[in-house]
Ligand binder design. Structure first.
Ligand code: GLP
Length: 246
């Protein structure tokens, strides 16, 4: 059952430091650990902090492996809005992680089911995810697991909802540019992580935070499955934490 460790922070910078503390501890305990990583605006202060800590000699990423949650279908590593590019620019290019030790689903794969299977196998070969970072979508999606009538288990292709495309259009020149589908780790892939850190900031996420942790566990709110994970650390600012006290 859920063991929820809640960390309250004031600012995005503090959130980045609190999340980095967890990553640092995991990397110290297991220098070749596997990080599950996320994109979006919320993780940026964490990535800045991780970069700073390696520069300060506090963390060593040279043996760490990482697997990203998701990628837009149709966007390759050179596309400015691809999640591979996001990860390179915001983290990988600035730390000592080896390129072959970072995986992101291939948005250009022609055989998507085969690529998804290989992705799962790679994570398994690495021994599974030790620490999974998650943000949350306004509709409760984790990775790109959108609300639906079941919990998809493995890495798979998914149609993005209008709400998700709308929320992510800020990164594109127009809504028409936002891909209509994506490849995401499954709910099973995420739940298999030994430890999960969820980061949530902003008043606009208070309601979904409440639904995720205190509402019914339902695939209509994909993040609600976390209530069944034994080791979740929720780091949230005061505006999002309003959802804890509803
Ligand atoms: C995207 C990503 C999710 C992320 C979500 C929220 O949909 N696929 O992994 O959690 O956006 O992003 P933000 O932190 O920018 O609100």
């Amino acid at each position: 059952m859920l063991h929820l460790n809640i960390v309250n922070v004031e600012t995005p910078e503090e959130m980045g430091k609190a999340a980095a503390d967890v990553f640092e501890a995991v990397i110290h305990a297991k220098p070749a650990c596997v990080m599950g990583l996320a994109t979006g605006s919320t993780p940026l202060p964490l990535y800045r902090e991780l970069i700073a800590r390696e520069k300060a000699g506090l963390i060593d990423f040279s043996r760490v492996r990482s697997a990203n949650l998701d990628e837009y279908k149709g966007l390759g590593p050179d596309h400015p809005q691809s999640y591979r590019r996001f990860m390179q620019e915001n983290l990988f290019d600035h730390i000592s992680i080896k390129p072959e030790n970072t995986i992101v689903p291939d948005g250009l794969a022609t055989d998507i089911p085969a690529m998804c299977e290989a992705y799962e196998r790679k994570i398994e070969d690495w021994g599974g995810v030790d620490i999974q970072l998650l943000g949350i979508g306004h509709d409760g999606h984790i990775g790109f697991n959108e609300p639906c009538d079941y919990f998809p288990v493995m890495t798979h292709e998914v149609q993005l909802t209008a709400m998700t495309r709308e929320a992510n259009k800020r990164f594109f020149s127009s809504i028409d540019e936002v891909p209509t589908s994506a490849i995401t780790m499954g709910i099973g892939t995420v739940m298999a992580a030994k430890r999960i850190v969820m980061i949530i900031t902003g008043a606009d996420k208070a309601e979904i935070l409440h639904k995720v942790f205190f509402g019914p566990v339902t695939p209509e709110v994909p993040g609600s499955i976390l209530q069944f994970h034994p080791d979740v650390t929720l780091i949230c600012d005061a505006a999002a934490a309003a959802g804890l006290h509803k």
